[in-house]
Design a binder for this molecule. Structure first.
Ligand code: NAD
Ligand code: USQ
Length: 383
């Protein structure tokens, strides 16, 4: 099976491309490398020293004998996208290739526009290219749990059945996203749903929670294959940031009360979930939604777990409650379903088992690379 991984030079995409290659899939990577450019513009860098994409792929080939095709270019460049797809001939496309930071999208008007143009137009181009050249190809698109926001009822997987004035229907679950980035994912979901309906495309929207960890079997095989690990206030996500903060003796940056709750998963489960989706494709015309996470924690829970794990490693970890730079509910109900992937065979890695191996040990190993000026959040949601 031929799988094109769009965004395959990024955090989730690199781990997924190697995992699929290792498990017998013919893999191609399409990426504009724009993420490396955004890091440079923000004067920040991944904690782990990632190699250039060609060096990464050459090392993978030398180690395993497996070749991964490479297409360097932008999804927003339609002729390039068409040419790459026609050359690669995919059976499935996994689409990770977007601007994925909520704070980045809230810096100013330019960054909000860049995020939505990059994400929404890129995804729309992909839908048209699939319609015209590969209408039977399965699109596996990375959405986000943040599309749903924090409603005061259980979160279903994409759809909810509602009775209203004596009539009943199953409708897309209401969306209440919390940043211009999260909104771009909602727009993508609507566009994909519509394309499936009118053109009969087949798609799976993976509403993924916050991903943590750096280690997968494949990226751990060699230093040149190491994955990125972001810790800065723009691209770093909560748990990854907390581990690196613990390693350098910076107090853990809990925003507000820390009672805000999110869904999480280990990067080793990200790669497996994508494989499960590919191996069990949606039907023609079907817009299928899976909630891709394994556990739910409040930000305060995470800080406490990192504090106690860090203290057992001899660190002296403090927790600091900062004024919340975001506009988000802190005290709220949060209970999301995630049965679809479990029923298809996902066996979760639990945070309590992997905090040390997959994260804290890496944070300690590379802590001399930390730029402490990048830790505190600088982007605010309010004017
Ligand atoms: P990342 O920034 O590490 O990787 C994204 C990759 O896409 C980068 O290599 C970038 O160069 C590429 N890209 C961006 N725009 C492109 C374009 N127009 N054309 C070609 N390539 C482009 O991000 P990530 O953390 O790996 O996230 C991947 C996907 O998963 C995103 O869609 C994100 O919204 C989603 N997601 C991530 C997380 C998380 O915690 N990291 C959680 C939920 C969902
Ligand atoms: N938070 C802190 N301290 C920090 C960083 C974050 O308390 O130092 C809090 C935030 O206020 C928020 C929560 O932690 O309440 C999550 O923030 P995050 O930065 O870890 O994650 P988020 O902005 O939601 O975005 C990340 C990815 C994004 C993905 C999303 C999944 O960057 O691509 O879509 O997780 S989800 O959260 O389910 O929407």
């Amino acid at each position: 099976m031929r799988v094109l991984v769009i965004g395959g030079d990024g955090y989730c995409g690199w781990a997924t491309a190697l995992y699929l290659s290792n498990h017998g899939y013919e893999v191609g990577i399409l990426d504009s490398l724009v993420r490396r450019h955004w890091d440079a513009q923000l004067c920040t860098d991944t904690l782990t020293p990632i190699a250039p994409i060609k060096a990464r792929l050459q090392r993978w080939k030398d180690l395993t004998g497996k070749h991964i095709d490479l297409f360097i270019g932008d999804l927003n460049d339609y002729p390039f996208l068409e040419k790459s797809l026609l050359q690669f001939q995919p059976d499935a496309v996994v689409h990770f290739g977007e601007q994925r930071s909520a704070p980045f999208s809230m810096i100013d008007r330019e960054h909000a526009v860049l995020t939505q143009a990059n994400n929404v137009i890129g995804n729309l181009n992909l839908l048209y290219a699939l319609r015209d050249h590969f209408p039977d190809c399965h699109l596996v698109k990375l959405g986000t749990m943040g599309e749903y926001g924090t409603p005061n009822i259980d979160i279903e997987e994409g759809y909810i059945t509602i009775e209203h004035n004596g009539r009943k229907d199953t409708l897309p679950y209401p969306k209440q996203p919390g940043s211009f980035y999260h909104l771009s994912k909602v727009h993508d979901s609507h566009n994909i749903h519509f394309a499936c309906k009118i053109w009969g495309l087949r798609a799976t929207d993976l509403n993924q929670g916050v991903v943590y960890g750096v280690l997968t079997e494949e990226t751990g095989m060699d230093e040149l294959l190491i994955n990125r690990l972001d810790y800065d206030g723009v691209f770093g996500t909560a748990l990854n940031r907390f581990c690196i903060q613990a390693a350098v003796g910076h107090p853990l940056t809990v925003y507000g009360k820390g009672s805000q709750t999110r869904a999480f998963l280990d990067i080793r489960d990200t790669v497996r979930c994508v494989e499960i989706a590919i191996a069990n494709p949606a039907n023609p015309g079907e817009f299928r939604v899976f909630n891709q996470f394994t556990e739910m924690f409040s930000v305060g829970d995470l800080a406490n777990m990192v504090k106690s794990a860090g203290n057992t490693m001899g660190m002296n970890v403090d927790v600091q409650h900062l004024d919340n730079p975001r506009v988000e509910m802190e005290d709220h109900y949060f209970n999301a379903k995630n049965t679809n992937l479990l029923e298809l065979g996902l066996q979760p890695h639990l945070l309590s088992d992997s905090l040390l191996d997959s994260l804290l040990n890496f944070a300690v190993k590379y802590k001399t690379r930390v730029d402490k000026d990048q830790i505190l959040p600088k982007v605010k949601w309010r004017r």
